[in-house]
Every structure is written in structure tokens, then in C-alpha cells.
Design a protein around this ligand. Sequence first.
Ligand SMILES: [Zn+2]
Length: 199
Amino acid sequence: MGVENPLQSLTEQLTKLPGVGPKSAQRLAFFFLSLSMGEVREFAEVLVKTRSSIRYCSRCFNIAISDLCFVCANPARDRHSLCVVSESKDIFAVERMREFRGVYHVLGGLISPIDGIHPELLRIAELQARLQSESVSEVILAINPTIEGDTTVLYLTKLLKQYPITVSKLAYGLPVGSDIDYADEMTLQKAFQGRTSVS
Ligand SMILES: [Zn+2]
């Protein structure tokens, strides 16, 4: 009977992390071994606590720990300007730039017929409901310049024509096929400032 690798189950878990291969997983496993029991326990508890307390904002569908997310709950945010993103992580990318003072709407994905993701599966009806009930005057489509992103932008541009609002999309300082989440602050800021009206 062979002796088991004592780090096997930990490295198996760690390779599930995005961008972490077997080598990095082993490095991380040794890092955890270097921590005190108290630190490891704190790490594990924060992980479980964060995951179990996350819900979705009832207004914009950003991640939240109460009914409204930190953006919607902030009375200083400009409710006339609505930034539409694919995922919550894109909100965090835009927030890092510290330029946009409006509010958000999370679609929950991008249109991709090949993957069976049709517009009805995204929170587009919810977006329309907000445009009816809230005093939005500008919608900014902050969507990744990928095939799915462009399809979604095109669909939303047509759909939003019926509302008396300005619709703009990010300028292409962003490389084609790139992910907003990975764009550096300067590039994203330029893309925001140079946004072009599509309506
Ligand atoms: Zn919200």
C-alpha cells in the first residue's frame, strides 16, 4: 500500500481556482502550511461566511449582503446614469477606476446562441422595467468587446431605441476580445471617457 501525498486533497482544491495550475497549487498549499492554525481557521471561516452571506441586489443584481448592494444603497450615486455590465465582477472593475458615479445593471451573461444563451435568459426584462420606473437619462453599455459582447450591444441598442435616453458604448481603447475585468484602470478610464453614442 502506497503512502498518500499529504497535500493531495488540498492541491486538488486549489487547482480549481482560476489561473492556478498544479505547480502554483503546490506553492499555495505550502503557503497554507506556513500559516498558524488560527490564520488558517480565519481564512476558511471568511471563505464560508462570505459565500453563505452573498445574495443579489434586488435592484441591479450586483452581489450584495443585504437587499441592496453597496452602490444602490448609496444615496450619493447618480441615478440618471445607468451602466449595463455582464457580470458583477465588471462593476468592481469600473469602480476601481473611480470615475463613474452612476448606478449599474447586471445582465447575468451575454447573448450567445451557440451556447444556448438567448436574450430571454438575461436580465433584459428587468432592465426595461427599471427604465420604465426609474429616472434614467443615460445608459452606458460597458460590455466586453467579444463576439458575444458585440451581439449583446447590438441587441440592446435596437431594443433601447424606444426609450427617450442616450445609449452609449465604451470606446475601443479596449483590445478586441478583451475582458473589462482585466483592463488596467487607465485603459478602462479612456474607454469610458471616449464612449460613443449609439442611439
Ligand atoms: Zn444594486
